[in-house]
Structures are given as C-alpha cells and as structure tokens.
Design a protein around this ligand. Structure first.
Ligand code: NAD
Ligand code: 4PL
Length: 242
C-alpha cells in the first residue's frame, strides 16, 4: 500500500483530462491515465510519472479488469475523475437513435460503470473523492447536441442523487461543468466554431483552455472540499450564470 494518493482520470490522453492529470500530479498525486487511446495515455503518463491504462469506460468487463489491476497494484483509489466522454455535433434532423445510444453508452453508462467499480474501494478505505465532468451546455441548452446535453443532465442528476447515499462511506461526489474549451477534440467538430459566439458572452475575452478547468477539479478532489458534495460547479469564464 502506497502512501501517495492515487487518482484515476478517464479520457486523460488529451484535452481537459490531460490538464486534470497534470494538475493532480503537481499536487503530488499518483495518476492513472486511462483512455481508449493507449499511446496518448502513455505520453501523458510519462510526463507526470503516472501510469497508463487502455480503457473503454463503456465496456463493463474492461472497467472491472482495469480497476481491479489498479487496486491490486496500489491498494487504494482516493480520487476518481470521470472525464472521458464523446462530444458529438449533430443537428436534430441528423440525430439517430443509434447515435443517441452511442453518446449515452459512454457519457452516462460509462460514468455508472466507473463509479460502480471504484466506490466500493473508497468505501473500504472510508475516504474518496469523485469528480464528474459535466458541461455548461446543460445550463445554456447549446444547439446541435441534444443527445450530449441530455447525457450531461444525467451526469448532474446522478451526482446529486448519489451524494446522499455515499456520504456515509466518507466519499464526496461533485461535478464540474466547463464551458467551451480549446481541447484537441472540440476542433474536430462544428463545436470549434462555437468560440465565435461564446467568447463575446464570457466575462473574459479569450478562449478557455484545459488548464482553466483543472484547478476546480483538483480542489473538489482535495481534502479541503470535505463539506461539499452533490454540487455542480460551473467553470466557464462567466459564459453562463447558474
Ligand atoms: P477530447 O475529445 O479532446 O478528449 C476526450 C478523451 O476521452 C480522448 O482522449 C478520448 O480517447 C477519450 N475517450 C473517449 N471515449 C472514451 C471511452 N469510451 N473510454 C475511455 N476514454 C474515452 O475531449 P475534451 O474536450 O477534453 O472533453 C473532455 C470532457 O470534458 C468530456 O466529458 C466533455 O464532455 C467535457 N467537456 C468538454 C468541453 C469542451 O468544450 N471541450 C466543454 C464542456 C465539457
Ligand atoms: C458552450 O461541452 O460547453 C460547445 C462542446 N459549446 O462541448 C461542450 C459549449 C461545447 C460547451 C460545449
């Protein structure tokens, strides 16, 4: 059993997840960089003296396997950051049931599977911090991603509901809801054009970057945040006012 705090950050091979992994490592946490993209995960892990795992969070067997390996290696999981997600840009007319289900299988079902696998390990220790990455699209009702916005509502609802059940285990669960962030992923879709109308609505005249999100996550993942649970913190440069 290591003395160092151990975190799993999903989807940490790039973008917001990589920023969170770097921030936690800076705080002295041993970070497991878990991603579908093993090569990218290895690059980030090497930079922060973490460990890389290939993981598809929507696959129940893979989640059980990888979480079991981490528990066997470290004997503890103090922090779980559920960041992995898909961010489709699909106008309503083009949104199919298959597409809707695909978005839910990662953003909602993947979240369920990760928490289901990790929370018992936190309960065993009597301590844990779970931080789920939502999105301010749930506040703004951003168009062209109704499936995505619905999954982020699920993230926020799950966070609210579970908080009351796992407090007795010493575990907090909160959500961070970023606004549009210049990640690698966001520029691969029509969302990349969103900066043109979002930046003028923000309080600050620049694009948000992953390093703008990571400190809020690190705070909620710290011992200092022990009286905060079930909450959603919007971190969007003032784009929306929750
Ligand atoms: P990104 O596309 O740049 O990176 C996402 C990472 O998640 C990738 O490395 C990808 O391989 C991984 N991933 C995807 N599906 C996975 C799966 N099934 N299992 C494991 N890993 C998987 O994305 P990003 O913009 O950094 O977004 C990260 C999170 O932040 C997501 O939950 C997203 O909804 C949320 N978010 C993003 C923005 C934004 O504008 N970029 C805004 C608000 C919220
Ligand atoms: C404001 O979560 O919060 C686009 C794409 N615009 O994924 C997001 C805003 C996107 C967002 C998001």
């Amino acid at each position: 059993m290591t003395e160092q705090r151990v975190a799993i950050v999903t989807g940490a091979a790039q973008g917001i997840g990589a920023g969170i992994a770097r921030e936690l490592a800076n705080d002295g946490v041993k970070v497991v960089v878990a991603d579908l993209n093993l090569e990218g995960a290895e690059t980030v892990a090497a930079e922060i003296d973490g460990i890389a795992k290939r993981l598809d969070i929507s696959d129940p067997a893979a989640v059980a396997q990888v979480v079991g390996e981490i528990d066997a290696e470290f004997g503890r999981i103090d922090i779980l950051v559920n960041n992995a997600g898909v961010v489709p840009f699909t106008p309503w007319e083009e949104l199919t049931f298959e597409g809707w289900q695909r978005t839910f299988s990662v953003n909602a079902n993947g979240l369920f599977l990760m928490v289901k696998a990790v929370e018992p390990i936190m309960k065993r220790a009597g301590y844990g911090r779970i931080v789920n990455i939502a999105s301010n699209t749930f506040v703004a009702g951003t168009p062209n991603c109704a499936d995505y916005v619905a999954t982020k509502g699920a993230v926020i609802g799950f966070t609210r509901a579970l908080a009351g059940e796992i407090g007795k285990d010493g575990v907090t669960i909160n959500a961070v809801a970023p606004g549009i962030i210049a990640s690698e992923g966001v520029f691969t879709t029509g969302h990349g054009d969103g900066f043109d109308y979002v930046v003028p609505m923000q309080a600050f005249d620049r694009r948000g970057v992953p390093a703008d999100i990571a400190p809020a996550v690190a705070f909620l993942a710290s011992e200092k945040a022990e009286w905060i649970t079930g909450q959603t913190l919007v971190v969007d440069g003032g784009h929306t006012r929750n």
